[in-house]
Design a protein around this ligand. Sequence first.
Ligand SMILES: NC(=O)c1ccc[n+]([C@@H]2O[C@H](COP(=O)([O-])OP(=O)(O)OC[C@H]3O[C@@H](n4cnc5c(N)ncnc54)[C@H](O)[C@@H]3O)[C@@H](O)[C@H]2O)c1
Length: 438
Amino acid sequence: MVEKGVEIAPADGKLGILLVGLGAVSTTLVAGVEAIKRGISEPVGSLTQMGTIRLGKRTDDRVPKIKDFVPLASLDDIVFGAWDIFKENAFDAAMNAGVLDKDLLNQVSEQLASLKPMAAVFEQRYVKRLHGDNIKTGKNKMDLAEQLIEDIARFKSENGCSRLVMVWAASTEIYIEEAECHASLAALEKAMYDNDERIAPSMIYAYAAMKSGVPFANGAPNLTVDIPAMVELADQTNMPICGKDFKTGQTLMKTILAPGLKSRMIGLEGWYSTNILGNRDGEVLDDPENFKSKEVSKLSVLEHIFQPDVYPELYQDFSHVVRINYYPPRGDNKEGWDNIDIFGWLGYKMQIKIDFLCRDSILAAPLALDLALFMDLAARANMKGVQEWLSFYFKAPQTAPGLYPEHDLFIQLMKLKNTLRHMKGEELITHLGLEYYD
Ligand SMILES: NC(=O)c1ccc[n+]([C@@H]2O[C@H](COP(=O)([O-])OP(=O)(O)OC[C@H]3O[C@@H](n4cnc5c(N)ncnc54)[C@H](O)[C@@H]3O)[C@@H](O)[C@H]2O)c1
């Protein structure tokens, strides 16, 4: 059945992408977009820029690029803004991050140097290892939110943007659990006035974003918008939200491999994952309380994919361990090892070893770009609340209460593409395919 589709406002004018945190991921994104605009590089790793979508039957030969199928902002219409606790501009921050070659950075130095971070909302207890001096002060957390709302309005008018989106690419905050102050918008606002320590800086940004009519995507494992108060605010302000934690290196591999093992009914005894990482993210995650946020996000994946309650003979009590070790010599070039103990027919044991020499920010930057573009699309299509169709991008996808998250990368991709087809009134693809044999 062909549906009618939904009304989508055109992507006219400039789109401002507001980045919280101007570190390795953000500067790799900004430099990358500039390099791509100038034809220096291709947007490798970005589904919005390189991906295609099949429409209709396999025999129809209709396979447009996603960016030609749905109205996305063009890279030429993007303007970046940022907040950081350090004053250095995006060029200096990119040089410090050490992800991209000096040669490449020099070619886009003017654009990078002109991006200077606004003063951040920061609380030391949430990121113990970093000490910056570009930080706002205020009477209370509501006052800080109001200052961010002013920043947002000023950025929008100074840059002549017609729309904005906000992406959290700042350091991972310490692990906190949902509490009563997160249970409703009224409780959250009261807690902001009361300077409650359970209101994390990331929540203040998300609050300011939605109050300003700006969608919010969370690239780190912090709780942030994954609380009832923020879902209520999204509903009230008509804003899309999504999170959490960009799915890049090791977890990406897990969600590629685990569905394959499960689809063949191969058993699992244990999955041991360890990483060495030497960038600032690694330094922050070296603190146990910050690592706890990451650990929870990374651990949830296998439980959900293998469904031990449904397949006890294959997956009950498998052991899953995740470690991250801060090791400065590697910088942003993370090495992730996985040892996977599996068993097959008659219980015979086998092992798989993965050694992924990846580059963290090279994998994350295109995800941040796609999320910004898709969140802008969602806002123009009046899609408010949790955007589960963007689970494809996250280690710990946010879902409606009571719904388990879908982690299988291929189901996530199918869901994303079917959402785009649904938006445009195209037939959804079920892969049934009986019609070819009628
Ligand atoms: N690179 C990846 O593959 C990947 C994958 C998943 C998640 N992440 C997450 O993305 C985030 C960014 O990663 P990165 O490698 O760019 O880290 P980074 O340390 O290079 O950059 C983070 C920046 O955020 C700033 N910051 C911290 N708290 C802030 C605040 N309250 N307001 C404004 N700025 C603040 C820091 O000063 C720093 O410059 C981290 O939370 C990381 O865990 C990264």
